[in-house]
Write a protein that binds this ligand. Structure first.
Ligand SMILES: [Fe+2]
Length: 185
């Protein structure tokens, strides 16, 4: 079995335990976005990018520490699989890049930008907006109207923070639909 299949099998069971908003479905959505972006960048290191996508939110038990905690789980798994050390470092850098625009800039790599965008694109859709709003209510303990306002600002910010022009093209229909909904709220 190749490393991607093994990683999928390992991670698929772990996600539902860690956080209902970052279940396996979110990972599949991010990976679909990664594949769409990879069509424009055939030179990218797709295997390590896909591995980083599989593990990027695997430990969301403490949202503020999820990047470093998820990296630790990915590293433990990849080491146990005797995955090459240089590739492990690359997977870790890509995962680190998805945390914030600052860390994305710091890692300074195409695959990091691709994972950052693929992840944020999942929020810049009507469904993503609803999920984000619920997250604010359940985890950040906001009242619903406050959560709606926060999520509205956040999705606009996320859209502006995208790194790659192709990402905006890929989500343009979803974003147009979302803006229509936001105007009515
Ligand atoms: Fe994510």
């Amino acid at each position: 079995m190749d490393i991607i299949r093994q990683a999928e099998e390992y991670a698929r069971n772990m996600y539902p335990e860690r956080d209902i908003f970052h279940g396996w479905e979110h990972i599949e959505e991010v990976r679909r976005n990664v594949r769409k972006l990879a069509d424009f960048f055939p030179e990218c290191d797709f295997r390590n990018l896909d591995l980083a996508a599989v593990f990027h939110d695997i430990d969301y038990s403490k949202p503020e520490d999820h990047v470093s905690n998820s990296i630790r789980i990915a590293e433990e798994f990849l080491v146990s699989m005797n995955y090459e050390i240089g590739d492990i470092q690359k997977v870790k850098s890509i995962m680190r890049a998805h945390g914030s625009p600052e860390s994305c800039k710091k890692e300074n790599m195409l695959e990091g930008q691709m994972l950052y965008d693929a992840d944020k694109m999942t929020r810049i859709t009507p469904q993503g907006f609803v999920t984000l709003t619920l997250y604010c209510v359940v985890y950040m303990k906001m009242k619903l109207p406050e959560a709606v306002q926060y999520a509205r600002k956040r999705v606009r910010w996320l859209h502006k923070s995208l790194n790659i022009g192709y990402s905006e093209n890929i989500i343009s229909d979803d974003y147009a639909e979302l803006k229509k909904i936001l105007r009515k709220l």
